[in-house]
Design a protein around this ligand. Structure first.
Ligand SMILES: Nc1nc2c(ncn2[C@@H]2O[C@H](COP(=O)(O)OP(=O)(O)OP(=O)(O)O)[C@@H](O)[C@H]2O)c(=O)[nH]1
Ligand SMILES: [Mg+2]
Length: 165
């Protein structure tokens, strides 16, 4: 059986924990409980005749915890990098903090999926999607939009990633 490590990163309150709760079929909540440090969850996935062991690291977005990054980024196979479509700062930090961290650690060869979350709040969208499309194209990244809270695109996102493993 193959094991893979997926890390979920991005600035605080973009919806990382909610996305994971949605994937694990846990009730999602509108109440915000910041992740302190990181949470590790694992899942055994049966895909046809093969079994995959996926370990998912959900990190707290507070930069305060950056001392944990070494462990977090170590030997990662997939990166989900989230921003909140209603929060320009979270998109700014995606480029200036998170992508820089990825580059610094020479992880650009790892599949990186940029996730624009909170599309249930489309009318409050504050980040230009064309700009994001241009950015992901330039850096050869994948791009998906989700609503972790409403469960939109969550299963498809994980299924597609697993299919490509
Ligand atoms: N409307 C809406 N709210 C969301 C969505 N995803 C998350 N939220 C809300 O955003 C807040 C933060 O969500 P979390 O999942 O805790 O965010 P996080 O990225 O894990 O935050 P940290 O652990 O602090 O890094 C919560 O109040 C969630 O209910 C979404 O898709 N739509
Ligand atoms: Mg969290």
């Amino acid at each position: 059986m193959k094991s893979y490590k997926l890390i979920i990163i991005g600035s605080h309150s973009v919806g990382k924990t909610t996305l994971l709760n949605a994937y694990f079929g846990k009730a999602t909540s509108v109440e915000y409980k910041p992740t302190l440090g990181f949470d590790i969850r694992s899942k055994l996935i049966k895909d046809g005749s093969r079994s995959i062991h996926l370990t998912i690291w959900d990190m707290g977005g507070q930069l305060l915890f950056s001392k944990f990054y070494d462990r977090l980024f170590k030997e990662t196979n997939i990166i989900f990098l989230l921003y909140d479509i209603t929060n320009p700062l979270s998109y700014h930090e995606l480029q200036t903090v998170w992508m820089e961290e990825i580059k610094k650690r020479k992880l650009l060869k790892v599949p990186i999926i940029i996730i624009g979350n909170k599309i249930d709040l489309k009318e409050k969208r504050a980040v230009n999607p064309d700009e994001v499309q241009e950015y992901v194209k330039k850096h050869k990244l994948d791009y998906v939009e989700t609503s972790a809270l409403k469960g939109i695109n969550v299963t498809t996102l994980f299924d597609e990633v697993i299919n490509h493993l």
